[in-house]
Design a protein around this ligand. Structure first.
Ligand code: SF4
Ligand code: SF4
Length: 137
């Protein structure tokens, strides 16, 4: 049977943050996972970027299990950009981005956005005070 391996962003609502959801993917669904990044946003939602690998049938069942427990799975087919005119270089996005797509330049005190690192999880869109981060479908 074909093996699938996909990168995805999982959003865990606060009420299920303490449940061993990801470990059940291994035990009950024979899937392997590799956590690329995990963080908790200021509104206490858990965000995890992971690569999930397994047989197609197990993979589909595992994804169904995630959805049923309340995990939101983010599609990576979206594109995020920064409206340069709006960004005030406040630095809020630097600490919350799960893939470290923002870096503060210590000399200029300006925040650089490395779009190629972005996995379109959407966390910075909600968190950016002047709404400089934009999601395009
Ligand atoms: S949070 Fe928004 S305004 Fe602040 S540095 Fe990041 S993109 Fe710029
Ligand atoms: S959407 Fe924002 S927070 Fe999420 S990976 Fe991209 S730059 Fe980082």
């Amino acid at each position: 049977m074909a093996t699938v391996s996909k990168r995805m962003v999982l959003h865990f609502p606060r009420r299920i943050l303490d449940r061993p959801i990801v470990s059940r993917l291994v035990k009950d669904y024979n899937l392997d996972f590799n956590i690329l990044k995990a963080s908790v946003t200021p509104d206490e939602e858990g965000v995890m970027v992971l690569e999930l690998t397994g047989k197609r049938e197990d993979f589909d069942k595992g994804v169904r299990y995630l959805t049923e427990t309340g995990v939101r799975i983010q599609s990576l087919s979206q594109d995020v950009s920064r409206n340069e005119e709006r960004c005030t270089h406040c630095g809020v996005c630097v600490t919350i981005c799960p893939t470290a797509a923002f870096k503060l330049d210590p000399k200029t005190r300006r925040v650089k956005f490395y779009g190629e690192k972005c996995l379109a999880c959407g966390v910075c869109i909600k968190a950016c005070p002047p709404r400089a981060m934009e999601l395009h479908f």
